[in-house]
Write a protein that binds this ligand. Structure first.
Ligand SMILES: [Mn+2]
Length: 323
């Protein structure tokens, strides 16, 4: 995607900003954190002052992206900082970014730049760079940097590649594009290390994780009419020390490798009577983000999620149901 006018606007807004806040979505993944890190590197090169916020800290296998530095995770700490510009990365809405309540409480609204690739993005920014065809938000940032003639140093190339590897599941998702592969090739030329990054991001399963998967897979249920396979994760099934989201996403990606299945549905029981759902498909004719949106969530054509109020109940001799 080439959109020089928007790139220019974003660049000049950031160049002229006094105090910038970079934000990525809660429970951050390698695209969210890679975007945060890479944009931070560019701001460093411009000698700009900025902070980084995310509701949750980086998971252990991704902390290297931020040089093992903690993020601001308590919105209270944002008070009195007087940010004039906020860049929200890889988040389809302000709630997912954890900013909604804090923004409402502010006397004056900061200028919001929204850079994202989620199909369901709500264009909540004053400036929106939303490109659903990009495989990752870092792919968009690559084009942004290129248009500014910013040559990413190896650490930035690694951060950009991390987002592409994660969101394409190592270039194996059906949404992997020629353009993403070309960008990845350029990042390798810029000094990114493909094997190392993909090991750090994807080869992170522990024995405990696989044992938890084993328990979860015993609930598998195939619906021949819909061509869907579903499973559930009960509250006591995560003793892995992994974040709930990582356990769920891991199982969802694994099940998406099943042959003869159109849609993967995973429901996870959460405390407080909440059910979190994760949807996957490899079918070109199915857009799971539409179903997620109907259920109050969002995401991409091939991978989406939602949250519902309810409890998972096992019908007698039947499958699990939402009540
Ligand atoms: Mn992403």
């Amino acid at each position: 995607m080439d959109n020089p006018p928007v790139y220019q606007k974003i660049s000049s807004r950031l160049q002229n900003a006094e105090k910038i806040l970079l934000v990525c979505h809660r429970q951050p993944d390698a695209d969210a954190l890679g975007s945060l890190a890479a944009l931070g590197h560019w701001l460093d090169s411009q000698e700009k002052i900025y902070d980084k916020f995310c509701v949750n800290q980086a998971p252990g296998n991704l902390a290297w992206l931020l040089n093992f530095e903690p993020l601001i995770s308590d919105p209270q700490q944002l008070a009195c900082q007087n940010y004039d510009t906020i860049v929200v990365l890889d988040s389809g809405d302000l709630k997912f970014a954890g900013l909604q309540d804090w923004l409402v409480s502010l006397p004056a609204q900061p200028y919001i730049i929204n850079i994202d690739h989620h199909q369901t993005n709500e264009h909540f920014g004053h400036l929106n760079l939303v490109w659903p065809k990009a495989v990752s938000t870092t792919e968009i940032l690559y084009h942004f940097f290129k248009s500014l003639n910013f040559m990413p140093p190896p650490k930035t190339a690694n951060a950009l590649l991390a987002g592409i590897i994660y969101d394409t599941y190592n270039f194996t998702n059906p949404n992997t594009t020629e353009s993403a592969l070309t960008v990845a090739a350029h990042l390798l030329s810029a000094g990114a290390s493909l094997a190392r990054i993909s090991d750090l991001i994807l080869k992170n399963k522990t024995l405990e994780t696989l044992k938890a998967w084993g328990g979860i897979l015993t609930h598998l249920n195939f619906n021949p009419r819909l061509g869907s396979v579903s499973t559930i994760i009960l509250q006591n099934e995560n003793e892995t020390g992994l974040a709930e989201i990582d356990l769920m996403e891991g199982v969802a990606n694994f099940l998406n490798n099943l042959t003869g299945v159109k849609v993967v549905i995973i429901l996870q029981q959460q405390p407080g009577g909440l059910i979190k759902g994760s949807l996957r498909t490899n079918d070109d004719l199915i857009d799971v983000s539409r179903l997620a949106k109907m259920l109050g969530g969002g995401g991409h054509r091939k991978a989406a999620g939602f949250r519902l109020k309810g409890e998972l109940i096992k019908a007698e001799n039947g499958p699990w149901q939402i009540k």
